[in-house]
Design a protein. Structure first.
Length: 450
């Protein structure tokens, strides 16, 4: 099929010889690549989270239980997790320009279809398919971040890109909360859907593939930054086979497995608060739907600050080791969860403070675990490595849907907070062994795995 050629990696072209042109082109393309994938991934959150923020309206208008809607969230998460892994394998051998743009357009269309529906069966179908195409968003970003930004600066660039999650999460909370209160939950699905279709066309127009596809040198050569690897190894720009990517750099790497399980627990916490905080504040603290959406904005604001701090701190003070930040943040997340649980009714400012702290501490490891996985595998396997741990992450996200909804129905919100607290603690314990790991020690890691 001819259209599949657009998804193939862009071929390398003749290198540009004039170094002044290389400098100018590289600077311009790095910013263009960055803002394009930032906007694109931000918009993926519009169609991923619009259903979550429409759930109070579905309960009121259509009479669904929390467990019913939890089924939809779980299906979305399982579909997204599976797609993230499989798309990672495809994404390492695909053109991110078309993969990311096509996925965004398709999720927008499915959001519109979900807005026209009232049946739980169709919600499950359309959001499941939505999750499938959501997986087209992350692998292109992992490919671009590892090909356009070198090791010593990547923590900072990755953290700035990561706040696209938070900006998207904050904006969709406002849009869906406003639509829910004034126009009904369906418009909370329609508006993001239209925006994402337009955004997909924007991404296709602006993105490109690797530097070499534009006649530029690899990022390692451009910045003379080989991350502690031998120069010859870093210059090996051949495309790896799927078998090499999956077995040599993922499945045989015990540290990838450790990060994956920790990621599962982090995502139970992250998605648990993202999916259920609005409903908790309405039912337990007496907030209106629009008022209850505002702390979610602060959750995302905290996430922006946490992501930026985590990336900057790891590059500046821990020699680009990601383990210390991940571990410390996870223990702090446990404390912030207990704070939110213990806030008495009526102390809205403490609710706001606790939710902001949770966002700060959950998005640090949410971002840095993904970066650690990319750096502890291979540049050509970054999409698969992050997709693999993403599969575990969205198993955790799936657990934040029906299981947490059922726990809340059966044992109340106390059961919800106990489950979340256990997950925080387990993530912190699992991340302790990664404290001293660095991409600069890949030779040592390979020896340990053999």
């Amino acid at each position: 099929m001819k259209w599949l050629k657009y998804f193939s990696p862009a071929p390398f072209i003749e290198p540009i010889e004039d170094q002044s042109v290389v400098q100018k082109e590289y600077k311009g393309w790095r910013w263009r690549i960055f803002y394009s994938m930032f906007v694109g991934y931000m918009l993926y959150y519009f169609t991923r989270k619009s259903f979550t923020f429409s759930m109070p309206g579905l309960i009121t208008d259509l009479g669904y239980e929390k467990a019913d809607l939890g089924i939809v969230v779980t299906i979305l998460s399982i579909a997204y997790g599976g797609s993230k892994f499989m798309s990672g394998l495809v994404g390492d051998r695909s053109n991110p320009r078309y993969m990311m743009g096509a996925g965004l357009i398709l999720t927008g269309i499915l959001n519109l279809l979900c807005g026209f529906s009232s049946s739980l069966l169709f919600f499950c179908l359309f959001m499941g398919l939505n999750g499938l195409f959501q997986g087209f968003g992350w692998p292109p970003c992992a490919r671009l971040l590892t090909h356009w930004y070198s090791h010593s600066e990547r923590g900072t660039w990755w953290s700035f890109w990561n706040i696209s999650h938070n900006l998207g999460g904050a904006l969709i909370a406002i849009i869906a909360g406003w639509a829910l209160q004034y126009y009904g939950w369906r418009y909370g699905m329609y508006i993001p859907g239209v925006i994402c279709i337009i955004g997909g066309l924007f991404v296709i127009n602006r993105l490109r593939d690797t530097p070499q596809s534009l006649g530029l040198p690899s990022i390692e050569v451009y910045r003379n930054d080989f991350g502690g690897e031998e120069k010859k190894s870093s210059l090996d720009e051949r495309e790896l086979t799927t078998k090499e990517i999956l077995f040599d750099f993922i499945l045989k790497n015990s540290y990838i497995w450790l990060l994956a399980v920790a990621y599962l627990f982090i995502y139970v916490v992250r998605e648990g608060f993202n999916n259920w905080t609005q409903l908790y504040l309405i039912q337990e603290r007496g907030y209106t739907p629009f008022e209850a959406s505002q702390p979610i904005v602060l959750f995302e604001v905290g996430g922006v600050l946490g992501s930026l701090f985590a990336g900057w701190f790891s590059d500046r003070f821990t020699q680009s080791r990601r383990g210390p930040v991940n571990t410390i943040f996870s223990f702090a997340l446990f404390a912030a969860t207990l704070l939110f649980w213990c806030v008495p009714e009526g102390y809205w400012y403490l609710d706001y403070l606790a939710v902001t702290c949770i966002g700060f501490f959950v998005f640090g490891p949410q971002m840095m675990i993904g970066l650690a996985a990319a750096e502890l595998s291979h540049k050509k396997a970054a999409g698969t490595a992050t997709g693999f741990i993403g599969l575990f992450a969205y198993l955790g996200a799936a657990a934040s849907g029906y299981p947490l909804g059922k726990i809340s129905d059966t044992w109340g919100w106390e059961g919800f907070f106990i489950a979340i607290s256990i997950c925080c603690f387990m993530a912190a314990i699992l991340l302790i062994p990664t404290w001293n790991l660095s991409a600069r020690k890949k030779g040592e890691l390979k020896a340990l795995e053999s």
